[in-house]
Design a protein around this ligand. Structure first.
Ligand code: SF4
Length: 910
């Protein structure tokens, strides 16, 4: 019988805000592959290491497949039908609304949602219920950029676009690491630099990231002193007369007031405060001021700050002062962390916004929206933003919360409070695709949501570009698209409240929702009234505003801005540093950030072994001098403590860190670790304008944590079983056991097939029952396992060899063979030859075992590990040789910055 051909469907990547177009390949109702969309303007066919492995995340393990409800907190959730689930939710919400008013309920939604989903939830909260208590995890990501744009330019409107990278003469990247977080954009920067070597790239970051290492100038600013440095650069621009007086006179206001503020911020003073040498401040200002076109990009390093709004304002000031805006290659361009953070803002899906960039504070705008929706009024007072919302849940002011496709129990700061708030809430609804997130245990009602590849709609990326997303396969089980869940709930709630929800939510398709949203934008700065699905399908992605059959590449090209006066504004900056200062007790500055191959809370990337190849385990990164001062060797366990809690991680040295600063990746939470992850340490202080919390900085102490009792285990499936699915299920079985230990970590590993891996470190020997529980969870209880037990010394080992394959092992108390056993398992090396040594205290494999361990993966596409790369470089190889001999860096290119850095390091040491 002939096999049906693989079908292809156009969509977008669901990770970062670059918004790459993808072609989903599917067959028989399953997604089997993904490739970059050559016709998409954001990526022209390129994908990074995350996007290229999207299809590997679509296994069914860990998906929510049907609604589950618990009527009492003490009971387990039980499967229920959709009708029962929604009726129950509607009755609970209606009860609370009737008794305590509409502001006693809230919605916390996600930049993962499509624009149509967002529109429905916004209308549900503000239109049907009458509360502005709807906020999004975009609050943690982009709200400072939004508030900064509004203060300076008058609208949430990023003026520049990706094409400007090709036109810029100076590129200022501030608080962003696109080499890791926006890799396809970084490819574009590399290509622009290769084409035009005179392009000056300046990177401002406390760490020497791969982006910083590849720049012409790296300014290692002290965390929290960005405003000092930004104002010092403006000071130099003014002092050296590198400003555009005509542009300032004709198109801006407030310059004279700001000039008197920045006149005090001399490079000498700034250097003392922000740690950047005077000469580097002068060079950065001169490069920016002399550029024919200067483009700036920034992300969480500026946004996630208690002065994030003014960080954005200060970077926009540079463009206004130098007249670097509204021309090819010139302008500010904030980078979004999520695929549809901008779409959510377009529909007003946040606590302080109204649809189509209307102002919640304006009676006229509220009346317009009420009239458009056919309701009496939109509530006047701003709703509770992310941190405020969970504070209100903790205090009892908000009693029920509906969470859609986000994971606040892992992603918000000060997690102990967030988790206490969720536990205190009277009713928690979670609609999500994945049952493995940290928020799931708090859900009274868990609803199965469709996920990537299973939904229709639109998204908007960082450069205002709207892309049509097509469903490739049906959602699994009883999962439904998010817009439909919102509409169905609205209808059920309307019945309970005696309101006509059917008129408010008449939609049968996402296209109908988009049409309504598009009409709401008529005459606004983001006008897309002429845009519809037919145009998007026919002409491809379009940048707003879309008028006269055309999208708009750049904004403000005529020098007019959407403020009352039509002029852009220089705003008065509040000079502040970090919310929390270091002191004798908490002497280290903790910085948080992203890894190259993981994304956010890992609910998706945590499902593919390839995402763990580059960084197999989350590490605390420190300067070697700070480690030595604390008796910390490489790989030692360290306790990191802030005023809010403590976590344990292994530590790695890096000269890319400044002394006195440490770095922890954001991705790993309680679904992979024995603790809640780095956000347990972060504080919830937020910016007064944007309400974005300062997730980027906390004062911490670090000390050696002596955990002598180790367990290492790996487990893979027999070849006839689908490995990824099985490995994910073992990880799920291990998760509840992790919190028993001082340190425990589960992940996926494997190059040819996936295996579950477990690492435990504890202050005392594990009990027999703890060991049994681990073995049961890993299904390592077969009689065919080889065993070694020495109870007196606390040593217990087992290994399972089937034929010539090592299927799994668990070593406890003495783990010196773990590295070569892991290598035997993941590289599928013949096991019978080494079988008799497996349970012995041998740190090296028997002589007959070929090849040493290859180490972590650098090139994910061709699975090239660190060791062969170093060997090639040691032989005098260059990038050409690496690409020719090993093929690394020849496909997605995500590893290129690291390859270049390894080349530079090798050259420096030989
Ligand atoms: Fe996805 Fe990578 Fe493109 Fe971001 S850069 S949208 S993660 S493929």
């Amino acid at each position: 019988m002939e096999r049906a051909p693989i079908a292809e469907t156009r969509s977008t990547c669901c990770y970062c805000g670059v918004g790459c177009g993808v072609i989903i390949q599917h067959h028989g109702g399953r997604i089997v592959g993904v490739r970059g969309d050559l016709d998409h303007p954001a990526n022209h066919g390129k994908l990074c290491s995350k996007g290229a492995t999207l299809h590997e995340t679509t296994t069914l393990a860990g998906r929510v497949l049907h609604p589950e409800l618990r009527r009492q907190r003490t009971s387990a959730r039980q499967r229920v039908g959709w009708d029962d689930a929604l009726e129950h939710a509607a009755e609970r919400f209606a009860d609370i609304i009737r008794t305590h008013g509409p502001d006693a309920v809230a919605f916390y939604i996600s930049g993962q949602l499509l624009t149509e989903d967002y529109y429905v939830f916004n209308k549900l909260a503000k239109g049907l219920i009458g509360t502005n208590n709807i906020d999004s995890n975009s609050r943690l990501c982009m709200s400072s950029a939004v508030a900064g744009y509004k203060q300076t330019l008058g609208a949430d409107a990023p003026p520049a676009c990706y094409d400007d990278i090709d036109h810029a003469d100076c590129l200022l990247i501030w608080g962003a690491n696109p080499a890791y977080a926006h890799p396809v954009l970084h490819r574009r920067i590399e290509a622009a630099k290769a084409r035009k070597p005179e392009l000056r790239v300046i990177v401002v970051d406390p760490r020497r990231t791969d982006t910083a290492a590849s720049a012409d100038l790296h300014l290692a600013v002290v965390p929290g002193t960005d405003l000092v440095l930004l104002n010092a650069i403006l000071h130099v621009l003014i002092w050296e007369d590198r400003i555009d007086r005509e542009f300032i006179r004709d198109h801006t206001e407030g310059f004279d007031e700001l000039r008197s503020v920045v006149s005090e911020m001399t490079p000498a003073l700034a250097s003392q405060l922000c740690g950047v040498p005077v000469d580097d401040i002068l060079t950065a200002a001169r490069w920016f001021g002399a550029a024919g076109a200067a483009l700036s990009m920034w992300c969480q390093g500026l946004n996630q700050s208690t002065h994030g709004t003014h960080n954005t304002a200060a970077i926009v000031h540079l463009h206004l002062a130098a007249g670097q805006i509204g021309r090819p290659g010139a302008g500010p361009l904030s980078l979004t962390g999520q695929p549809n953070a901008m779409g959510g803002r377009e529909v007003g899906g946040m606590a302080n916004l109204l649809t189509a960039h209307r102002d919640l504070g304006s009676a006229q705008d509220r009346a317009w929206v009420a009239n458009f929706w056919g309701i009496d009024a939109v509530p006047e007072h701003p709703g509770r933003t992310a941190v405020e919302l969970f504070d209100a849940l903790e205090s009892g002011a908000v009693k029920a919360v509906w969470i859609a496709c986000t994971n606040p129990a892992q992603s918000l700061p000060h997690l102990a409070r967030v988790q206490a708030a969720l536990a205190r809430a009277e009713f928690v609804v979670l609609q999500d695709a994945f049952s493995t997130t940290e928020t799931v245990p708090f859900a009274d009602l868990l609803l199965p949501a469709a996920s990537w590849g299973e939904k229709d709609g639109t998204v908007t990326n960082s450069e205002r570009c709207i892309t049509r997303v097509h469903r490739a396969v049906e959602p699994p089980g009883e999962a439904r698209p998010d817009w439909r869940i919102g509409c169905d709930f609205a209808l059920a709630l309307g019945r309970c409240l005696g309101k006509d929800a059917a008129t408010l939510f008449p939609y049968r398709t996402p296209e109908a929702i988009f049409r309504e949203h598009a009409q709401s934008t008529r005459g606004r700065d983001l006008d897309i009234a002429e845009l519809d699905y037919t145009v998007l399908d026919r002409d491809g992605p379009q940048q707003w505003p879309y008028r006269d059959g055309k999208g708009t590449t750049r904004l403000f090209t005529d020098g007019r801005f959407p403020t009352v006066s039509g002029r852009a504004r220089f705003v008065k900056i509040d000079m502040r540093t970090t919310a929390e200062n270091i002191d004798a007790r908490y002497p280290l500055r903790m910085n948080t950030g992203r890894l190259r191959d993981q994304w956010h809370g890992m609910s998706r990337t945590g499902r593919t072994a390839r995402a763990f190849g580059h960084v197999p385990e989350p590490m605390l990164t420190m300067h070697p001098d700070d480690m030595a001062r604390r008796d910390l060797g490489p790989g030692a366990y360290a306790r990191i403590r802030s005023r809010r809690g403590s976590i344990v991680l292994r530590v790695e040295p890096s000269f890319d860190m400044q002394r006195g600063q440490v770095f922890v990746p954001i991705h790993f939470g309680a679904s992979h670790l024995s603790h809640a992850g780095v956000n347990a340490l972060c504080l919830s202080a937020f910016d007064p304008y944007s309400k974005q919390p300062e997730l980027k900085h906390a004062a911490v102490q670090v000390e050696l944590c002596v955990l002598p009792w180790k367990v290492v285990a790996l487990r893979r499936a027999p070849p006839e079983v689908e490995g990824d699915e099985k490995a994910l299920r073992w990880i799920q079985a291990l998760r509840p056991l992790l919190r028993d230990f001082d340190y425990a970590y589960v992940s996926l590993t494997g190059r040819r097939e996936s295996a579950a891996t477990l690492r435990v470190a504890h202050h005392e020997p594990l009990s027999a029952s703890q060991m049994d529980a681990l073995d049961v969870a890993l299904d390592l209880v077969s009689e065919r396992c080889s065993l070694y037990e020495d109870r007196r010394r606390g040593i217990s080992k087992r290994a399972w060899v089937e034929g010539d394959r090592l299927l799994g092992f668990r070593l406890a108390g003495e783990v010196s063979a773990s590295d070569w056993l892991a290598d035997t398992l993941t590289e599928d090396r013949p096991a019978s030859v080494s079988r008799r040594w497996m349970l012995g205290p041998f740190s090296a494999p028997p002589l007959a075992t070929p090849l040493p361990a290859a180490g972590r993966i650098v090139c994910n596409c061709h699975r090239v590990a660190e060791a062969p790369i170093l060997q090639c470089l040691g032989r005098g190889g260059d990038l050409d040789a690496l690409q020719r001999e090993l093929r690394c860096g020849t496909h997605c290119g995500s590893c290129l910055p690291e390859l270049r850095r390894m080349m530079a390091q090798t050259a420096a040491t030989t």
